[in-house]
Design a protein around this ligand. Sequence first.
Ligand code: AMO
Length: 436
Amino acid sequence: MERTLNNDLPAAVGKTVKIAGWVDVRRDHGKLIFLDIRDRSGIVQVVVTPKAAEALETAKELRAQWVVEIEGEVKARPENMRSEGALGGVEVGVQKIAILSRAHELPFELGTDVNIDTHLDNLPLTLRSARSRDIFTMQSAILGAYRTSLREQGFTEFIAPALVGGDAEGGAAAFKVDYYYDQTAYLATSPQFYKQIMVGPFERAFTVAKIFRAEKSATTRHLSEATCLDFEMGFIENEREPMKVLENTIRYTVEQVTKEHGDIFARFGTTAPLMPAEIPILTLKDALQTLGKAEAPDMEPEDERAICEWAKKEKDSDFVFITRYPTKKRAFYTYEEPSEAPYSRGFDLLFRGLEINSGAQRIHDYDTLVARMNDRGLDPGKFSYYLQAFKYGLPPHGGSSTGLERFTARMLEIPNVKEATAFPRDINRIDTRLSE
Ligand code: AMO
């Protein structure tokens, strides 16, 4: 018999089917045993009665996370016994149970509140919890929508390298790697150079890239390995065009996840993000002034939270753009706004209190870029490979990068970005805790 997925069971009432999955919960009620069986499509209740004597003996043995194959008849549950959800209206009357895999006793009941370290120490188990499955279902949907939207806006996806010869951000701490011939390579801190190079062949290019940053600080928003949704586009007037493309992409993503995953927002006690017709844009100066703060070269995390609260209250928006950071606070390739020097054409996008994206118009003129490198004490000779893109003609261009984990975390209002990372790496852990 072919396997039926749980979410196809409502259409199979009266039929005998075979389902397969994990035992989520076993409940004993006198002579009956109820099992909740989870497969990739959902969770369904099955009932084992003394009529199926052999199955009942097997069911008595079953524990959480055992993997089983079950044959039985699909029945509509009586009106007063229905539970919530699509599968709440059906159950399977069990005829046969085959055990595919036995689980050891669990260290704790799945779904109970455990602290973040216990959660991370046991990911092969805890990722199976309803909460984790919701988080990574959401992340997968974000990723899919992001890609679709950029493709629809004329972008070509490429794969950026993770092993590089130097640090693209010129400042972000890079992990060193022993390479061939006694050379030191680095793990990429950003696909920045490669996406700019790809403007040459494609005008509009994007990549989903792993970035690695030797972040020494243990915070709820920093990872040593993060995933970035990066795009770059040519023939722009200024930074407003990449900001618009980003806004379109975010809007499409929010629309898609709202349509497909309203139930997840509800389970996390939050709502789909507020997205006005236009995301508000503030200069750094205006943002600080709005908060009654003195002028400063950057925003502190508490300023980011406060300005997001302001945007929500005053502009009905969970997103806010901040522009006109001082050029010297931004990466060396950032274009300066000529009419407002020393302020730049760089921007950040804040979402529900956190920076989730950074972008800018870039310097596209070879001589200007070399001069900027010299200003910053960077040796242009070390960037000769990247500089070829400019030597051989590159239009005015710009782009941005969204941190997937941060975007996911704020989407569901999860306090720690690590919970929105399937296998997070941080100062204390690379799968297992380093202190052990
Ligand atoms: P930036 O350094 O701001 O910009 O990174 C872009 C976005 O990536 C995410 N991010 C991180 N997320 C978790 N842990 C980290 N350690 C981490 N570092 C970065 C954030 C951030 O907004 N080249 C530029 C982008 C550009 O100009 O296109 C860059 O790397 O969400």
